[in-house]
Design a protein. Structure first.
Length: 187
């Protein structure tokens, strides 16, 4: 079996995780790559399912031992990365890897995997629509939403570097488009 993967990246609130969850339930033989991070788990997060939660020291030691295919220090002492053993586990099971990662991580993975990866950028119909989605979530303060919108504006500039852009205006259409694009890539 070829070691193929699909990378989904997007600004926060664009619907990337919803699309990835849908694809995992489709008949595409996909398995989610669980990322590692050095932050503490949130209340409902489970080690090994949502993330591999490592201490800063454990993460740095993993970097030294070359255990990551890619990693980045997003903020001081806040590391995120993809463990090589996670990918090998998925490929050994005969599945394709699907990533749900930030824009920088997505581009890093595409550079590493080249033609064996399909890099998909999920884009909101507009920055205004994205801001409205974040407000309707009611999970963050107005200051945090403002930060996310500023970051999303910068991230939108990277869209052209991805293989495919899905504009998530109507969710059902975006889900169908994602299924077709991924299915075509594997066939």
């Amino acid at each position: 079996m070829e070691k193929k993967s699909v990378i989904f990246s997007a600004p926060s609130g664009s619907g990337k995780t919803t699309i990835v969850k849908h694809l995992l339930q489709s008949d595409l033989n996909l398995e989610f790559s669980v990322s590692a991070c050095s932050r503490k788990p949130r209340a409902n997060e489970i080690h090994g399912k949502d993330y591999y939660f490592l201490s800063v020291e454990e993460f740095r030691a993993g970097i030294e031992r070359n255990e990551f295919i890619e990693w980045e220090e997003v903020y001081k002492d806040h590391f995120y990365g993809t463990l090589k053993r996670e990918l090998e586990r998925i490929w050994k099971a005969g599945s394709f890897v699907i990533f749900d990662v930030d824009v920088v991580g997505g581009l890093n993975l595409k550079r590493i995997f080249g033609a064996n990866a399909l890099a998909v950028f999920v884009q909101p119909p507009s920055i205004q629509a994205l801001e409205q989605r974040l407000i309707e979530r009611s999970t963050e303060s107005p200051e945090k939403i403002k930060e996310r919108i500023a970051k999303a504006t910068r991230e939108m500039d990277y869209a052209r570097q991805f293989d495919v852009i899905i504009i998530n205006d109507i969710l059902q259409n975006a889900l169908a488009e994602a299924e077709k694009i991924v299915s075509d890539f594997f066939n």
